[in-house]
Design a protein around this ligand. Structure first.
Ligand SMILES: O=C(O)CCC(=O)C(=O)O
Length: 258
C-alpha cells in the first residue's frame, strides 16, 4: 500500500502531537458529508439523544444512528492517514457530529483520553481526526493545540476545570497554544493526550465538522461514566473488545480494500 504521508510529516506529528493535512476530501465529499452531519444533528435533536445546547452541538456515535454516516467514519483516506500517523493498528472508539453555532463560547482546554473510560497509558497511539466541512479560520472557532503536550498521559479528568488542569501541570501555564485554521476538506489530527481547545465561533455561519476518535486495539476499560460504554457490562481493566461497537482499523484491512 502506497503511503499517503512523507516521513517528515509523520515525524512532525509525533513530535508536536497534532498536524494539519490539507485537501483530504473532495468538494463533492465535503458537500455530501456536510449534509450528513446536519441530518444527524437534527435527528438527534428530534430524538433528544446526546444533544447539547451549550455552545457545541455534539452527537456521539452518529454512525450507529445512521449507517450513511459510515462514509465519514470509515473514510479510507482518513483511516489510512490515522494509521500512518499513529504507527499502530487502531480500533474505532466513536465518531461525533461537532457543530458550533455562532456565539462566544470557547471549548475548554482539555485532553481527550482522560475524559474517556479508558485506562491511561504512556504508550498510547490513540488519535482523533477533526474533519472540517466548512472553512474554519480562527474567527470561526478553529482548534488550538499545545505542542508536545501529548507526552502528559495521566493528568486525570479536567474537562471544564481549567484551574485544576494547570494545578496538575503548572509548567504548562505559559506553554503556547498553536491555532490551526482549516479549509473545508482539510483534516487536523491530534493525539488523544494532546492538550487542546477551540476558539469561539465569531463568524456568521455554523462551524460544521465531524470527528473520528480512534483508540489503541487493546484499550482497557476504566470505570467511569461515558455515553459509549455505560451499560455494556465492562469491568475495570477489561479490553474494549466488542468488534461491532469498536471495529478494528488496520493496515491489513486497508490493503484488502485498496
Ligand atoms: O470542536 C471542538 O470545539 C472541540 C473538539 C474536541 O475537543 C475534540 O475533538 O477533541
Amino acid at each position: 500500500m502506497k503511503s499517503l504521508l512523507e516521513q517528515e510529516t509523520i515525524q512532525r506529528y509525533r513530535n508536536q502531537g497534532f498536524i494539519r493535512i490539507p485537501h483530504v476530501l473532495s468538494e463533492k465529499e465535503v458537500s455530501e458529508f456536510k449534509a450528513l452531519v446536519i441530518a444527524n444533528r437534527d435527528q438527534a435533536q428530534s430524538k433528544q439523544a446526546d444533544y447539547r445546547g451549550e455552545g457545541l452541538h455534539r452527537v456521539v456515535n452518529a454512525w450507529r444512528q445512521d449507517p450513511a454516516f459510515m462514509a465519514i467514519t470509515f473514510h479510507p483516506r482518513i483511516n489510512q492517514l490515522a494509521l500512518e500517523l499513529a504507527g499502530a493498528d487502531l480500533r474505532l472508539w466513536h465518531d461525533q457530529v461537532m457543530i458550533k453555532p455562532c456565539g462566544d463560547v470557547w471549548t475548554f482546554i482539555h485532553q481527550g483520553q482522560p475524559n474517556w473510560s479508558h485506562v491511561p497509558r504512556p504508550d498510547s497511539s490513540a488519535i482523533t481526526a477533526w474533519v472540517a466541512l466548512v472553512d474554519v479560520p480562527l474567527e470561526a472557532g478553529c482548534m488550538g493545540y499545545m505542542p508536545g503536550s501529548h507526552r502528559y498521559w495521566n493528568l486525570g479528568q479536567q474537562m471544564g476545570h481549567v484551574d485544576s488542569f494547570f494545578d496538575l501541570a503548572p509548567e504548562l501555564i505559559d506553554h503556547p497554544i498553536e491555532f490551526v485554521p482549516l479549509k473545508a476538506g482539510d483534516v487536523a489530527f491530534h493525539h488523544a493526550n494532546t492538550v487542546h481547545c477551540a476558539a469561539a465561533n465569531q463568524s456568521n455561519y455554523d462551524r460544521i465538522a465531524a470527528t473520528i476518535n480512534f483508540m489503541d486495539v487493546d484499550t482497557q476499560y476504566r470505570e467511569t461514566p461515558h455515553a459509549v460504554t455505560d451499560g455494556l457490562g465492562y469491568q475495570q481493566g477489561d479490553v474494549l473488545d466488542d468488534e461491532d461497537l469498536f471495529p478494528f482499523i488496520t493496515k491489513e484491512q486497508m490493503l484488502v480494500q485498496s
